[in-house]
Design a protein around this ligand. Structure first.
Ligand SMILES: *[C@@H]1O[C@H](CO)[C@@H](O)[C@H](O)[C@H]1NC(C)=O
Length: 391
């Protein structure tokens, strides 16, 4: 009797062990799988792209940002207005319902803008995006091109995702609807794809920007807490400017994260050019340059971490330094874990220490080994999202 019980007991404990082993094996293999997938998809994308129902859960995106922008919690939740652009036309002073400008400038408060169908939008004047606005181009092909482009002027909590901005042209001073829905005078603009002026908490993700008269992305006049991720920058002389002019000392507080972007082909300089502030430039892919990739003046600090720099035939040096008599030569450019191909080189600043980004918990992300940068940036720019599949 007692013997029978012992056998019985060991049978059940054996079965338990078998079940546990099976359970852990299955579990481990799914962890392994997502690890493998994870290496092809960066942390931002992993956060929402695996969801085949992303169209029904568009706002999931807001919690996927990393870097200085933090999470976009203020762009979702109670009181959010869903707005669909149905009309590609534009009127800068009296925008009509259904147009992009009506949603982005006129309506105030939390708004999530999507597009009914593929659209080419030719803006008559710069579009001034108001605070708490998301522009979400996923699932359709939206071009903002061939005239005025995007501006974030004295506004905060803005997401721009999944649009193509190109062939932007300079604009003469004109009246335009401001980010508060009121008509205001706007000075001359240079023809940038996206320009930030005294803006904060802005996330620019998965856009394709190219061939503009001035630059592709300018972060200026006290703008800070910006993350520029997963974008594709190409066909451009001046790509990205962080800190607009030498005299604007308030940009000392500027903090920008530049991560998982693809630069090239045919980018000349400023990836980025930085003045005053601090940039964490990590896990980006550099497909050549002409003058330089990373440069600056006025005591900028830049941590270049685990980027892949592929040099062009002519000029192998990544960095460029412009002397500024006013404050002496005090660039802090540090390279950590970067990879250099085709003879690329990076002149590190001698002495001193690279500044840590000091990310908070919600800003923090793991910078991955540079050997994964090719795959992590392989879907940069506007994503191709199928009708029924994952994005
Ligand atoms: C992070 O904190 C350290 C220590 O306080 C400081 O020296 C450094 O400048 C900070 N980094 C940035 C980007 O401000």
């Amino acid at each position: 009797m007692a013997g029978h019980q012992v056998i019985n007991f060991s049978f059940w404990s054996f079965l338990l062990v078998v079940v546990m082993v099976m359970f852990f094996t299955i579990n481990v293999s799914s962890v392994e799988q997502s690890k493998i997938k994870g290496m092809e998809m960066n942390v931002i994308d992993q956060c929402w792209r695996f969801n085949p129902e992303w169209r029904k859960h568009r706002q999931q995106l807001a919690m996927c940002s990393v870097g200085y922008v933090g999470k976009m919690t203020n762009n979702i939740g109670k009181d959010l207005v869903n707005y669909k652009v149905t009309d590609p036309s534009d009127h800068p002073l009296n925008p009509q319902p259904g147009t992009l400008r009506y949603g982005a400038s006129k309506i105030q408060g939390k708004i999530w803008i999507t597009f009914q169908r593929d659209m080419n939008i030719r803006l008559e004047r710069p579009l001034l995006i108001s605070s708490f606005t998301t522009i979400d181009g996923r699932g359709v092909n939206v071009h903002i091109a061939n005239n005025a482009c995007l501006m974030i002027y004295k506004a905060t909590n803005i997401i721009i995702h999944g649009i193509r901005v190109h062939h932007c042209r300079p604009q003469a001073p004109e009246m335009v609807m401001g980010p508060n829905g009121k008509i205001m005078p706007l000075g001359q603009v240079d023809g940038d794809a996206i320009r930030l002026v005294s803006a904060s908490k802005v996330w620019i993700d998965h856009n394709t920007l190219y061939d503009c008269q001035d630059g592709l992305l300018d972060v200026t006049r006290g703008s800070t807490d910006v993350t520029i991720s997963n974008n594709w920058f190409r066909e451009q002389n001046k790509v990205m400017l962080l800190g607009h002019d030498d005299g604007f000392v308030r940009d000392k507080n500027m903090k920008v994260t530049v991560v998982y972007n693809y630069f090239g082909p045919n980018c000349n300089q400023r990836m980025p050019r930085i003045r005053h502030g601090y940039a964490h430039v990590a896990n980006n892919m550099y497909m050549g340059w002409v003058q330089y990739a990373i440069g600056g003046s006025m005591g900028p600090s830049l941590k270049s971490q685990s980027n892949l720099f592929i040099a062009p035939t002519e000029n192998k040096e990544v960095t460029w330094r412009k002397s500024s008599n006013a404050i002496g030569d005090t660039w802090k450019f540090y390279s950590i874990g970067d990879a250099f191909e085709n003879g690329a080189s990076f002149i590190d600043t001698k002495g001193g220490q690279v500044k840590k980004p000091n990310y908070s918990l919600e800003q923090n992300f793991e910078v991955v080994d540079v050997k994964f940068v090719r795959s992590l940036t392989s879907s940069s720019g506007v994503l191709k999202c199928g009708k029924t599949s994952i994005c």
